[in-house]
Write a protein that binds this ligand. Structure first.
Ligand code: C5P
Length: 220
């Protein structure tokens, strides 16, 4: 994934025509499009090959199974044309290794969830977040998912993983996080969903976030 605008669209719409319309509108403003269960369950895995012409596709399936099943899932997703898969880290080193090994064979990316961006992530997930980040670094995953809603956690996770791995951060806009705070904390890409796909002007909204990101980088 090329680091250009540093913006990723989270495309959680249910209709494939709407997904294509929004992807076309934001193409050029985003470095990748993240699709997950809502869109894929509603319109089928083949939506990936329809969207890949607008931007690389990150499949957010938060894969969390035994190693063999993880590998089978990632194979299907890469075969469908995705460039990256988001997987859970809490299932342990062998489950993660199965995904990372396959991604290496296919020259694709795996991003590991450290902790999620919503309030409930504090109940159980946060406690394991730093250990998961270390595991992702030890396994040489492409990067981790860390919450833009908690920039201080992004900073801590950056210290653990070093500069080799990327951080992608959801939670900007609808969940209250700010793109500039996340970038200043060490995020490589911010992930934005509702603030873009529910906008009357997704391209304008995306351009606005990209301007904010470029300004904070220039001023820092
Ligand atoms: O609409 P919004 O901008 O809140 O969308 C955030 C996206 O990021 C959703 O697709 C959500 O599933 C995803 N996500 C998240 N927290 C994580 C991982 C993924 O919010 N840790």
């Amino acid at each position: 994934m090329e680091k250009n605008t540093r913006l990723i669209l989270a495309l959680d719409v249910l209709d494939s025509d709407e997904a294509i319309r929004i992807s076309k509108a934001v193409a050029g403003h985003v470095d990748a499009i993240k699709v997950g269960y809502p869109l894929v369950l509603a319109s089928g895995l083949q939506i990936i090959e329809k969207l890949v012409k607008y931007a690389p596709i990150i499949a957010d399936f938060k894969v969390a199974d035994i190693p063999n099943t993880n590998r089978l899932i990632c194979e299907q997703v890469f075969d469908a044309g995705a460039d990256a898969v988001i997987v859970q880290g809490f299932t342990g080193h062998d489950s993660l290794e199965a995904c990372v090994e396959l991604a290496r064979e296919r020259k694709k990316d795996i991003f590991v969830v450290t902790e999620m961006s919503h309030p409930g992530a504090l109940d159980l997930m946060q406690e394991a977040g730093k250990a998961i980040a270390k595991m992702a670094a030890d396994q040489c995953a492409s990067g981790v998912v860390a919450p833009a809603t908690r920039p201080e956690r992004v900073k801590q996770i950056r210290r653990i993983i070093g500069e080799e791995l990327a951080i992608i951060s959801p939670g900007v806009g609808a969940q209250g996080g700010s793109a500039s705070d996340a970038i200043m904390a060490g995020t490589d890409w911010v992930i934005v969903g509702r603030s873009l796909y529910q906008s009357a002007d997704p391209a304008g909204a995306a351009a606005g976030i990209v301007r904010e990101i470029k300004k904070v980088i220039k001023d820092s």
